[in-house]
Write a protein that binds this ligand. Structure first.
Ligand code: FES
Ligand code: FES
Length: 166
């Protein structure tokens, strides 16, 4: 590792609504900062090359790859992991639908799927199945439960749209 990646950077951000201050090595990836430094192990590290989506978290409103983002980039940012989205009940309808539709097997991909799928909840008109698949295409499920995952996301989108209209 070069010296520039060992250099320390001070950052202040919010994680799951809580202020966090830290001094991180310049080369520390967000997924490692969350898992190893903050103990937030909901988002997973798998390919670590931006391919599988297991490390997906929300940064300033967007679902991003934790393995392609440096913690040092996040001074002043707002980060939400699956733990925070779960604690605030923001993804409860999605979580319930995943359970009801058997959309999780080993569950390794599920946190990333939930964070990615949550982005769709505000889209109008409701995306069709092809658009749901396209949106989740960057998230791999090694258990290959894709059909049930799309079922769960589609159920959630329709439920939320019905509630909006009620
Ligand atoms: S671990 Fe980040 S995309 Fe696979
Ligand atoms: S449920 Fe096992 S990887 Fe998706």
């Amino acid at each position: 590792m070069s010296d520039s990646f060992r250099a320390k950077v001070d950052i202040a951000l919010t994680v799951n609504g809580e202020p966090v201050e830290a001094r991180v090595p310049a080369g520390r990836h967000l997924i490692d900062f969350l898992r190893l430094d903050l103990g937030l192990t909901g988002a997973h590290a798998s390919c670590e090359h931006g391919v599988c989506g297991a490390c997906t978290v929300r940064v300033d409103g967007d679902a991003v790859r934790g393995c392609l983002t440096l913690a040092a980039q996040l001074d002043g940012s707002e980060v939400w992991t699956v733990e925070g989205l779960s604690d605030t009940a923001e993804i409860r309808v999605l979580q319930d639908a995943f359970v009801a539709r058997n959309a999780l097997q080993c569950g390794f991909c599920t946190p990333g799927m939930l964070v990615a799928a949550q982005e769709l909840l505000h889209r109008r008109p409701i995306p069709d199945r092809a658009a749901i698949r396209e949106h989740l295409s960057g998230n791999y499920c090694r258990c290959t439960g894709y059909e049930a995952i799309v079922d769960a996301v589609e159920d959630t989108l329709r439920k939320c749209a019905d509630e909006d209209m009620a």
